[in-house]
Design a protein around this ligand. Structure first.
Ligand code: LP5
Ligand code: MN
Length: 244
């Protein structure tokens, strides 16, 4: 098995039982035939601490542990909804936490992996919010609260986010192209792969006279399913595959 798989924005939650089932099945069949799986953030719709033993968390953690025990490497990036995934989760599942931006080598091509929220620099309100919730002290204060209280707060954040998003201009919630170019330049990369915006597409961009690529992954949908990017190192080919 040599394939590299990349997915993002699965948004696991008890509200989307078909997605939970689909993801667990994906881990036990398609992912088993891969060498490595990259999960580019927002695997969970909300992560409120590694001590949350809600049934869907237990199911998914066990399935991830089975995957890594079978010899498939699994690298996870924090998203804007599951940045609290912590040491206990990684120890238990055998997954590895990737530090953003993660630079990988794809048959010689320098490839940058991100969740994608840091690219949305036009969204000043979100970037301010992000700085706040990524503050370790604030996170520790949050984690000291009871599970019930944390659930309420996370619920409140999610609701506020959905209300605020409904009034934001769509363009503000997309990536800023200057920021994209900055990242690629800074890491001398020619390919960028991310999720977060839920605008699956392949973009070709001009980076100082040379072509570069940006692949955007889709979010997983309760009704229609998910998708992954597949890289085959022997042929150097990239393709998209549905997860039904
Ligand atoms: O996630 P999505 O797609 O809805 O929208 C994102 C941005 N929103 C977020 C918020 C998350 O959805 C909520 C995550 C819950 C995590 C649980 C753990 C919480 C732990 C806290 C530890 C300290 O990321 C959204 C972007 C959008 O992507 C597109 O990029 O626009 O950004 C916002 O909604 C932020 C607002 O613009 C500004 C912030 C509103 C202020 C809310 C304050 C509430 C205070 C409550 C205190 C109890
Ligand atoms: Mn996201």
């Amino acid at each position: 098995p040599t394939d590299i798989l990349l997915i993002a924005d699965v948004h696991l939650s008890p509200e989307y039982p078909a997605t939970v089932t689909r993801f667990v099945r994906f881990l036990s069949d398609r992912a088993r035939q891969a060498q490595r799986l990259y999960i580019l953030g927002d695997l969970f719709d909300a992560w409120i601490g590694d001590d949350d033993d809600a049934p869907h968390n237990v199911l998914v953690s066990t399935a991830l542990r089975d995957l890594t025990a079978a010899g498939v490497e699994c690298v996870l990036l924090h998203g804007n909804r599951d940045f609290l995934l912590g040491r206990r989760f990684f120890r238990h599942t055998g997954c590895r936490l990737g530090r953003e931006p993660l630079l990988i080598d794809c048959a010689g091509e320098r490839t940058l992996l991100l969740h994608g929220d840091v690219l949305c620099t036009d969204d000043v309100a979100y970037q301010r919010f992000r700085r706040r919730v990524r503050n370790p002290l604030l996170q520790q204060l949050f984690l000291w609260k009871s599970l019930a209280r944390r659930r309420e707060i996370a619920e409140h954040y999610r609701r506020t986010s959905m209300n605020v998003n409904a009034h934001k201009a769509p363009a503000i919630m997309d990536v800023n192209l200057l920021t994209v170019n900055d990242f690629l330049r800074r890491f001398a990369a020619t390919r960028l792969i991310h999720g977060h915006t839920h605008r699956p597409d392949e973009h070709v961009l001009d980076l100082d006279g040379k072509p570069a690529r940006r692949s955007v992954l889709a979010q997983w949908d309760e009704m229609t399913g998910g998708e992954m990017l597949v890289f085959a190192p022997q042929t150097g080919e990239w393709r998209r595959e549905p997860v039904l």
